[in-house]
Design a protein around this ligand. Sequence first.
Ligand SMILES: Cc1cc2nc3c(=O)[nH]c(=O)nc-3n(C[C@H](O)[C@H](O)[C@H](O)COP(=O)(O)OP(=O)(O)OC[C@H]3O[C@@H](n4cnc5c(N)ncnc54)[C@H](O)[C@@H]3O)c2cc1C
Length: 339
Amino acid sequence: MLNIIEHQDLTLFNTFGIKAKAQKFVSINSVLDIKELILKEKIFGNKILILGGGSNVLFTQDFDGWVLHNEISGTDILEENDDFVLIQAGGGENWSDFVDYTVAHNLWGLENLSLIPGTVGAAPVQNIGAYGIEQKEHFTNLEAINLKTGEIISFTNNNCLFGYRSSIFKTTEKGNWFILNVTYRLNKKSHPVLNYAPLKAAFTEVDQKNIKASDISQKVKDIRNSKLPDPKVLGNAGSFFKNPVISQEQFKLLQGEFPEIPSYPQENGTVKVPAGWLIEQSGWKGKKYGNTGVHDKQALVLVNHDNAKGSEVKKLALQIQSDIKNRFNITIEPEVLML
Ligand SMILES: Cc1cc2nc3c(=O)[nH]c(=O)nc-3n(C[C@H](O)[C@H](O)[C@H](O)COP(=O)(O)OP(=O)(O)OC[C@H]3O[C@@H](n4cnc5c(N)ncnc54)[C@H](O)[C@@H]3O)c2cc1C
């Protein structure tokens, strides 16, 4: 039996800790719950927000539609041999707990993605990534239900069109699917990925031969804790902007003017530039702006210092965006969904 709550306060349902209300709010605990909502309540056509941990959203006003809170739990081993395991987790499972579970079982693959807030169901939506890997590298498929028809379909890795902080669920299929569960293929044999310099530097040559997934996971947690604000203490949604990718020609021009500009050449010849560097160079790091501001250790993170309104955070984001455009002629796009 669905419990549809009207005017639900969302403050505790978003990591920015922004006060906002949902016109209708319903917890989804099973496939039956979501089917009932689709087929009996016929919610398709209304404004809908599927909400996991609320760690990648900014409410700039009350949400005048349906918020579907994904609470589908469960973790299952689907297949196993000497080399790998296929493991499926419910979309409402906590991502960080899921990674800890895989690491505790000596499975390799997700350890670099330790401590990323949010749910398993949201991980493919923006193809989460950190410390040299993206979830797509171990993703095999997901099951999702169509919000219009109630049909359940399996999306393979290729179907999802994963890109940098992107997938089909953020582009052409945006708003059409509720992700029920996700399956990853994890290695049983040692498979460390240490191409992120600070991570590599943390392990000596000797360590690297005997390294365990749990060692990498712990190091990633230490690094994250040292520079990212804990949303329970200081509201935030992680990186607010994506790193812009620019043409080689534009990069050369910029490099002439700013010789120290960091860069990550991409396979297709374009160049990724860290948005955090651009923001820091523009003097925003650590700046307070009313009740909101830019974090003092990581310029990519906007924070809620004291009961900020979502509209204030959005205003700050727009000012930063326009400043970066004026200084560097680069458009930085928000990673966070502004509602
Ligand atoms: C401190 C901090 C650090 C972070 N670090 C990283 C990082 O290193 N790398 C990184 O990639 N991200 C990072 N993030 C962003 C965030 O953790 C991820 O984007 C995460 O996957 C969001 O999960 P969520 O459950 O909170 O999603 P939500 O914020 O609830 O939703 C995000 C989007 O996904 C959609 N969605 C959620 N669940 C489903 C579902 N079941 N079906 C369909 N659509 C769905 C929502 O509608 C929304 O569009 C960080 C955030 C914080 C606060």
